[in-house]
Design a protein around this ligand. Sequence first.
Ligand code: GUN
Ligand code: FE
Length: 422
Amino acid sequence: LKGQVLSFSRSPFDEGTPQDATQVSEAVAIQDGLVVGTGSLSDMQAQLPAAQLVDHGDKLIMAGFVDAHVHYPQTAIIASWGKRLIDWLNAYTFPEEMRFGERAYADEVANRYLDLTAANGTTTVCSFCTIHPESVDAIFSAAQTRGQRIVAGKTCMDRNAPDGLRDTPQTAYDDSDALIARWHGVDRLDYAITPRFSPTSTPEQLEAMGALWAKHPDCLMQTHLSEQVDEIAWVKSLFPQARDYLDTYEEFGLLGARGLYGHAIHLEERERHRLREFGAGLVHCPTSNTFIGSGLFDMNGLMAEGQRIGLATDTGGGSSFSMLRTMAAAYEIGQLRGTPLHATQLLWLATQGSAAALRLEDKVGNLAAGMEADLVVLDLASTPAIAQRTAQAQDLWEAVFATIMMGDDRAVAEVRIAGQVA
Ligand code: GUN
Ligand code: FE
């Protein structure tokens, strides 16, 4: 493929200018679902003499977006009005999640969700499901059919959820264990052990999840952490002996390098220290944090102390399926905290950053030899408003920034999953 091909040579949050973390070349060569290399068109044609050339003009070709924290079963309730976290869960989320015991409905939403995200340039997601094993089978089957790399897991809850939406410590363990056997490491699929968050699990269930993770240490573990102030107070009352919110996970073996902690907004010193010490993944969900009214993630402070951070829509708490819109929201939250993120930093978070949080940085999230050929082609002049801004941009980054701030699925000219047009 020919165009403006973007690769990262390091993190744009490290020392030096953010732009210097990137390389822009003329072409990317792909074969059998993998990236062969990036470079000049003549070099790429020399490497793959028989390859078909797809000329994307001056469009930007980059790794497909990696959305590190989503709830595919909340697809149909996105943009539900007027509630903060706990009321939003009870009023909108739980009634919808109840429907996923029916496999046909789960299949329908899983496919609709993967259509919507692919249309927005997202090639990998890490999703919560519902308590129903059928909901896990549905999303993994849909992704497998598409040849897509995803991570997902059965959401476990055994208290503070309505009838019909609770499992038990034992069934959560057994069902998750069976799903791991069925799906983990099959094709491009990975399993994440998924206790929803401390308020909806008893200590016994958290302990069972910790035991399951110890049995399957190569699985990820995903949950929520310190999203909203009321939620944190609730956790304190449910776990009076815990030192802080993170401690309710740590105590049960649910803190680790393959752990993913969504939101992580209102963190205490000890929590930051422990997350850093374990190299855990924090996931920034900016459209969700503004939509549900949760708070402003400390990107700069957390990056400066060396945390591993990914970016995510958190749909349907998040208000958009688009990682472009999500990058724009991350920029705006940075501004509200006094630290504007550079376009390269936003693009890195949406690809390499999220891939690294999911421990998939050697497979997806960048265009380099040996990486899987999941990519997105962005039209940097997709609407009249963006085109007139791009026309007077001084450099590529100014043009890209206009698409980040104002772009939507019209900017996505092509998506490839494992080399194939999606
Ligand atoms: N905390 C526990 N469950 C959820 C959820 O579904 N969405 C969000 N945003 N936060 C949560
Ligand atoms: Fe979430």
